[in-house]
Write a protein that binds this ligand. Structure first.
Ligand code: GLO
Ligand code: MG
Length: 401
């Protein structure tokens, strides 16, 4: 059982925490100041990685689309400063992602925008993000579906929009390969809605389906957000995660907490009304499936816990990182305890390991052997399974009772 490596992104720490009904509360900090906080978290051995949108690090100037290639530009200078800080702290950049949601230009979509001029600008912004990722040593480029969606169904060119999306993602893959830098893989992060009423890749299943349509499926994987994006659908994160691992497509996870079916709560790990059992179960099944990847936070400081002022702005942000890590480690420990519990293991084996001879025949799949087997309907049908007892025992372990 392993303790996984953790990544805390720039945008989670930087967020001054406004919401659609109220303004930001905390003082804003520059990307260089946020880098300092993340380096401190690295020093405290809380995290090993960070990640960022292009915009979290350096602003985008649509009139200078390749400013990062000019060493005397403000963007290049800031990136250099940030890189020096991260390198000195041995804090690695796991992922870069292109913000196609913040700039108003992309209000009707980025890669799928029906206007080719907007798609061209989106493509150039993604290419710049890949170059920034290479400069910082990131392994992954993440495409989050963001504003690629709609509110009004008759406004969508349905016969074209998935082609646009595929063209955009294929370009990202081709450019990453041409650049031959550290960015070696892409991930797709699904979400059902927010900021759009509906989005084109609502679930992990949709993302896995789309990957099969891309030029090089081996370049792409998924990073589901558990429990938030997956829980917003009313479906469970466990199915999304298990299927993605099985397909060898789970490159990393975004984590936080969520009340099922609500708006994107983005609560810190284990904070809030629901989710503890599901989160522990996700970590437990990742261990069972021998998944080797890392975990990335994607959640925000509770707005109630923020306050304005300079001293607050660093202390509250550092507390947020520490608490997120403590809570993740608690969930991970519970997952380990449950996996190591002999009584639970016995109940699971009783449920899963019956009739090994018959299981072997089915796995082999020889029709003659299957036709010759003699399953006993009356015996099987006459036995209840006691899954509620098993679940009660798991709950006891969770609650420490
Ligand atoms: C918002 C998403 C967002 C993405 C990020 C990385 O709901 O979770 O934070 O993860 O833009 O692409
Ligand atoms: Mg996310």
């Amino acid at each position: 059982m392993k303790n996984r490596k953790l990544s805390m992104p720039f945008w989670c720490v930087a967020n001054p925490v406004g919401d659609p009904f109220g303004r930001a509360i905390m003082d804003r900090m520059s990307s260089v100041e946020i880098a300092d906080l993340l380096c401190k978290a690295r020093e405290e051995k809380l995290i090993e990685f960070t990640s960022a949108h292009d915009d979290d690090l350096v602003g985008w100037d649509p009139h200078h689309l390749e400013d990062d290639l000019d060493p005397s530009s403000p963007a290049s200078k800031t990136l250099k400063t940030i890189k020096e800080k991260l390198d000195a702290a041995e804090l690695k950049v796991a992922m870069v992602t292109c913000s196609l949601h913040e700039n108003p230009l992309f209000r009707n979509g980025g890669l799928t925008n029906p206007n080719p001029e907007v798609r061209m600008l989106a493509a150039r912004k993604v290419m710049r993000t890949i170059r920034i990722g290479n400069f910082l040593g990131a392994e992954y480029l993440t495409y989050w579906v963001a504003r690629d969606g709609f509110e009004c169904q008759f406004s969508v060119p349905w016969e074209r929009n998935y082609r646009y999306l595929i063209e955009g993602l294929n370009l990202a893959e081709r450019y990453a390969k041409e650049q031959n830098g550290s960015v070696r893989h892409g991930t797709i992060e699904p979400k059902p809605n927010e900021p759009r009423g509906e989005m084109y890749i609502p679930t992990t299943g949709h993302a896995l389906g789309l990957i099969a349509m891309l030029n090089d499926p081996s370049f792409w994987g998924v990073n589901p957000e558990v429990l938030q994006h997956e829980g917003m659908t009313g479906l469970t994160a466990e199915v999304a995660v298990a299927m993605a691992v099985h397909a060898k497509k789970l490159f990393f996870l975004h984590v936080g907490n969520q009340k099922p079916g609500q708006f994107d709560n983005d609560l810190p790990m284990l904070v809030g009304m629901d989710g503890i059992k599901e989160m522990v179960a996700v970590l437990w099944l990742l261990d069972r499936m021998d998944w080797q990847g890392h975990i990335e936070y994607d959640n925000h400081i509770l707005r109630t816990d923020t306050a304005p002022g300079k001293e607050n702005s660093t202390r509250i942000r550092m507390d947020f990182i520490r608490q997120n890590v403590e809570n993740y480690r608690m969930a991970e420990k519970k997952a380990h305890d449950i996996a190591a519990d002999p009584e639970l293991a016995k109940m699971m084996a009783a449920l899963w390991d019956r009739e090994p001879g018959m299981a072997k025949i089915l796995s082999k799949g020889e029709t003659a052997e299957i036709l010759a087997a003699a399953p006993d309907y009356d015996k099987v049908n006459g036995t209840g399974l006691q899954i509620a007892r098993l679940d009660q025992l798991a709950t006891r372990r969770l609650l420490g009772m």
